[in-house]
Design a protein around this ligand. Structure first.
Ligand code: PXP
Length: 243
């Protein structure tokens, strides 16, 4: 493996849509936010089209795909209606996540082992449309093995356990992420990671072996309130590029 790598940033902009939905109008403009993030160095734009449409709307994903020059990554559940939208949209990438109506944000990885049939069918339908598929999973070996079994191109390792932990427990969580990255790589699966990453905790994750891309939203959008999106993205890129 090369000594110094550049980890890519997928900028998650759901929170921009959350602010817009608070008043139901068109401000702040989602497309302008994405373009500013790209000017700051984001390598991709990620949005989660939730079943309840609480922030991102169907027309947003189509407008975004037309407007941006970097890959669009659609986070999505395997709900039939959402898979249909994705098949029509044909984003460059889709990341399958579990979804519960009452959750504040995605709370855990997919149970690929328990829902293998349904997940395999969704992976197939998306890949048929030329979409690269990733499965959001906890760093658990049997889930990664199952991601291989359903032919996923990538996994996105759920870093929430690491991000919420402190001290020795954080170290242990980092070790689990490292072992998971090794396992996925040995199976020929690409490795991304995300959830709960911020300016303080991101570097050790960016330095993990085989990590290609980090998807980060909350901390960057929080920071952009004070410095603007372009600068908030630049600051994150400085931390994760050339690790
Ligand atoms: N990756 C996945 C699969 C997610 O569901 C989320 C949250 O939307 C993120 C990454 C980004 O997490 P955060 O907003 O905590 O940076």
């Amino acid at each position: 493996m090369p000594r110094r790598r550049s980890v890519k940033l997928g900028l998650t902009i759901d929170h921009i849509a959350t602010v817009r939905q608070a008043r139901g109008g068109s401000e702040p403009d989602l497309i302008e936010a994405a373009l500013e993030g790209i000017r700051g160095g984001a390598n991709g734009i990620t949005v989660h089209l939730r079943e309840d449409r609480r922030h991102i709307q169907d027309e947003d994903v189509f407008r975004l795909k037309r407007a941006i020059s970097v890959p669009l990554n659609l986070e999505m559940s395997i709900n039939e209606g959402i898979v249909r939208v994705a098949a029509k949209l044909k984003p460059a990438k889709a990341c399958l996540v579990p979804e519960r109506r009452e959750e504040l944000t995605t709370e855990g990885g997919l149970n690929v082992v328990g829902e293998k049939g349904r997940i395999a069918a969704a992976v197939d339908r998306l890949q048929e449309k030329g979409i690269e598929v990733s499965l959001f999973v906890d760093p658990i070996p049997k889930q990664i093995q199952a991601a291989f079994d359903v032919d996923s191109n990538f996994i996105e390792l759920h870093t929430g356990g690491y991000a919420n932990a402190k001290g020795l427990i954080r170290k242990r969580e980092l070790k689990r992420l490292r072992e998971a990255a090794f396992l996925a790589h040995s199976l020929g699966i690409g490795v991304n990671a995300g959830h709960g990453l911020n300016y303080e905790n991101v570097k050790p994750v960016a330095r993990l072996p085989y990590i290609q891309e980090l998807n980060i939203g909350h901390s960057i959008i929080s920071r952009c309130v004070f410095v603007g999106i372009r600068k908030a993205v630049q600051e994150m890129c400085e931390l994760i590029k050339h690790v």
